[in-house]
Design a binder for this molecule. Sequence first.
Ligand code: KG4
Ligand code: ZN
Length: 320
Amino acid sequence: MILGLETSCDETAAALVTQDGEIRSSVVASQAALHARFGGVVPEVASRRHLELVCPVIREALAGADATLDDVGLVAVTIGPGLVGALLVGVSAAKALAWGRGLPLAPVDHLHAHVASLYLEPDPLEPPFLCLLATGGHTLLLDVRDRGGYRTVGTTIDDAAGEAFDKGARLLGLGYPGGAALDGLAAKGDAEAYDFPVARLDGLDFSFSGVKTALLYAVRDLAADELERRRADLAASYQRAIVRALVSRARAAADELGHGRIAVVGGVAANSELRASLPGAALVPLALCTDNAAMIASAARFVEPLAPSAYLDLDAHAAA
Ligand code: KG4
Ligand code: ZN
């Protein structure tokens, strides 16, 4: 089995996955509550928490799969992009485990892993397809022709979609991270109540700073009691603007590249309106949208593993 480790942001995760892509266990310890009072992830706090959680989470993943380290043939770990201190905890743990057991180690790119969440059982997706990857840190359109990688054809020129959801949620008093809470509030509102702008850029890129500013002004213009009454409408209209941008660009990219199939991955793929707006698309299962280690182990199957000692100087990197 492959032991996957993920510590790039504020989730400490470990999973056991077979070479065939069957998930035997997947444990995710979210630090969201720890960072909530700061209104965002505090990198140093995240690193320290990963350090406390990484061994218990690995133990739980092994127990959940009814396995021991003797059943592990490959260790896989996220090496970037992400918070470098957080990443280093996972990379160090993976090196120590792999070296101690004489196992190979697969260095995994976090974004490739989000795409590889589509390659897991019971419903593995076969390329080619156009992939919309929307997380708290990235919004990408990817031309996927094989499982080993992808080509980026569109990106955001400012905020990521998840970041736009989180900033909107914050403006609406929904706490951090607020994407899922905004999604829930939007279900109770009228999406046509406000006409928030969607940036029209040339090509296949995204921009979400304009819609965020529009929400900011709308919130500012309302008295406190009025704001309370309109919160659900604001959430619904804001969500609609973001989802429209994502859907229209993903469709345009698929047309341009001749892909008959669109897939959606990343935390924002959990959004109910986005899922409903793309009938026929391959949507990653809800449990695998936000950060997890099953996707890391999945990606490792398409990466050249490093032999013992070759990975001892392996480093983490913050940027994509
Ligand atoms: O993939 P992910 O766990 O982490 C990164 O790699 O960044 O994505 C987290 C992002 C956050 O911005 C979160 O607010 C957003 O995904 N998110 C959602 C929903 N659930 C999570 N955004 C919109 N609607 C949701 N239901
Ligand atoms: Zn992620």
